[in-house]
Write a protein that binds this ligand. Structure first.
Ligand code: ADP
Ligand code: MG
Length: 292
């Protein structure tokens, strides 16, 4: 493409809220065969709320929520905000935890008032030797509803299953349809539970789900999808997404996302509206046509 057509293309993109950090991306984007999207904060608003709280026999809901929220008060994960928010709105006194530890992709743990509190995914419970099989039926139902199930253990005993739900962005469905109309395959890549991810994918028409991906495995997933389908665009917002954004043929970051994601991307979707992905690809095609 000529410098002029690139200027025109990037200018038009800017009007649509799509910022090209690299002029080159405007040319390469049209080659993409597959678009892979992070779930939390990309397909969804990234503002989950607590929807379900089921305690095991012998545990009090208010007490378990207070202890869990105390641990989460030290985490920066969107899940943590949902849980701390729920505890505060119920007037529970969130305590300051000791020996807080976060295990990315698994969960968090700490001591709260002398009690050991561990909160996280199914695989976190497996890892610490507290299988959550007692809640298997509840977990399956929550996942089918598109909610993310989490487990809490107190002093080594399974205490509760908790669910958070993160609403889809209003335009996500339309954005996926627009990518399909351009002939692209659409995949979701997420650290979340498989059932939850599949339920959400069904709601928006996503073709392929790669779930329960550990943070460091997102890059590998991008490589695998490229090997199977061809040039890949990756869309994400989080710290975890930065390596995948850099690895993809074109990385697109959500403008309201983390700085490191934006710095690793070629393109920024300023408002986070995913319809910008198809718009950007359409502009890339038009820019190349103009110079032929
Ligand atoms: P994602 O951003 O796609 O949810 P992560 O790798 O951040 O992926 O997290 C994967 C899973 O690990 C979460 O879905 C959740 O089950 C668990 N997890 C991570 N951080 C926390 C936390 N602060 N509290 C509870 N669970 C967590
Ligand atoms: Mg995200």
């Amino acid at each position: 493409a000529t410098p002029t057509s690139i200027m025109v293309g990037t200018g038009r993109a800017a009007e649509l809220g799509v910022l090209f950090r690299q002029g080159e991306a405007l040319q390469s984007l049209r080659n993409a065969r597959i678009v892979a999207l992070d779930k939390t904060g990309t397909l969804t608003l990234g503002k989950p709320t607590l929807t379900d709280f089921v305690v095991a026999d012998g545990f009090s809901e208010a007490e378990v929520l207070r202890l869990v929220a105390s641990v989460e008060s030290r985490s920066e994960h969107p899940i943590a905000e949902a849980i701390v928010g729920a505890a505060r709105s119920r007037g529970l006194a969130v305590a300051s935890p000791e020996r807080f530890e976060a295990l990315p992709g698994f969960g968090v743990s700490a001591m709260v008032e002398g009690r050991r509190v561990e909160v996280g995914a199914d695989r976190f419970m497996v890892r610490i030797g507290i299988p959550a099989t007692a809640f298997a039926t509840t977990a399956a139902r929550l996942g089918a509803e598109g909610k993310s199930p989490l487990y809490a253990a107190i002093d080594g005993k399974l205490a509760a299953i908790v669910a958070v739900a993160d609403p889809l962005k209003p335009s996500t469905r339309e954005a996926v349809a627009a990518l399909h109309a351009l002939g692209l395959r659409v995949a979701m890549v997420t650290g979340d539970n498989r059932r939850t991810a599949e339920a959400i994918a069904r709601q928006v028409g996503i073709d392929e789900v790669v779930a329960e991906v550990l943070p460091e495995a997102k890059v590998e997933t991008v490589r695998r999808l490229r090997g199977e389908h061809g040039p890949i665009a990756f869309v994400g917002d989080g710290i975890n997404d930065a390596p995948a954004l850099a690895e993809a043929d074109i990385g697109l970051a959500i403008g309201t996302g983390t700085d490191i994601a934006i710095e690793s991307a070629d393109v920024v979707l300023m408002s986070g509206d995913l319809r910008g992905v198809a718009n950007a690809i359409g502009l890339s095609q038009a820019t190349i046509r103009n110079i032929k």
